[in-house]
Design a protein around this ligand. Structure first.
Ligand SMILES: [Zn+2]
Length: 222
């Protein structure tokens, strides 16, 4: 446990990317998924990252980052939209459990982002509580439009960046932990077909990171 406590944000991010690299290349190790690990961490959890991702069934955190029990403190909602319970859960992971890394995980072909684009184009709000999801994705889609971003994957990346910024802006705990260098808050954009996770937002990581298996992001049109 003490070994995990001593991890820096950069260490935690490297561990996460290493697991994703194993997943991409088919060399998964399925660490920390046995009875020994189960017994070892039963008295106390000490995850190395908070993962706040979309609920999409293809985005299962421990699978795509090749981790196991006690590794990730996971919060997921459709379109990684946040409310007080989400913010409280993420703050718990940082301030109580001591996670040095918070990751916002979005992905291509996100249904919540697509539903929001459709609602804005058609001027029709979805029924039920899906409407609340769409309303919370809407500022990101409008920001993407204002920036001239039109491709669905560009809009997704903008939503990830906006979510990271919103987290840091809304949570005093995260802002203070960032200022103290205790945590980094980053955004990863996951590709469903390839299994790759590309860094699209970074608060506090401060180290150059190569994202595995993905080409450099093409330059945005001026
Ligand atoms: Zn999604």
């Amino acid at each position: 446990m003490t070994e995990i406590r001593a991890l820096t944000p950069g260490d935690a991010f490297a561990m996460l990317l290493a697991g994703n690299e194993r997943f991409i290349t088919g060399r998964t190790q399925h660490p920390n998924q046995d009875a020994v690990r189960r017994a070892e961490i039963a008295p106390l959890q000490s995850p190395f990252a908070v993962l706040f991702g979309c609920s999409d069934s293809r985005l299962a955190a421990e699978i795509i980052f090749d981790r196991g029990l006690g590794d990730l403190f996971v919060v997921r909602t459709a379109g990684h939209v946040m409310g007080p319970e989400v913010l409280g859960s993420i703050e718990y992971g940082v301030s109580v459990l001591g996670c040095p890394l918070v990751v916002v995980l979005g992905h291509d072909s996100c249904g919540a982002v697509a539903a929001t684009c459709a609602a804005l184009e058609e001027g029709l709000a979805p029924t039920g509580y899906v409407r609340d999801v769409v309303e919370r994705v809407t500022p990101s889609v409008l920001a993407a439009r204002a920036a001239g971003l039109t491709r669905p994957d560009e809009i997704v990346d903008e939503h990830i960046r906006n979510t990271v910024d919103l987290l840091v802006d809304r949570s005093r705990v995260l802002a203070d932990s960032l200022a103290a260098g205790r945590v980094a808050v980053v955004g990863l954009s996951y590709r469903l077909a390839e299994g790759t996770a590309r860094l699209v937002a970074d608060h506090g990581l401060g180290v150059p990171v190569r994202t595995p298996g993905v080409e450099e992001e093409p330059a945005r049109p001026a």
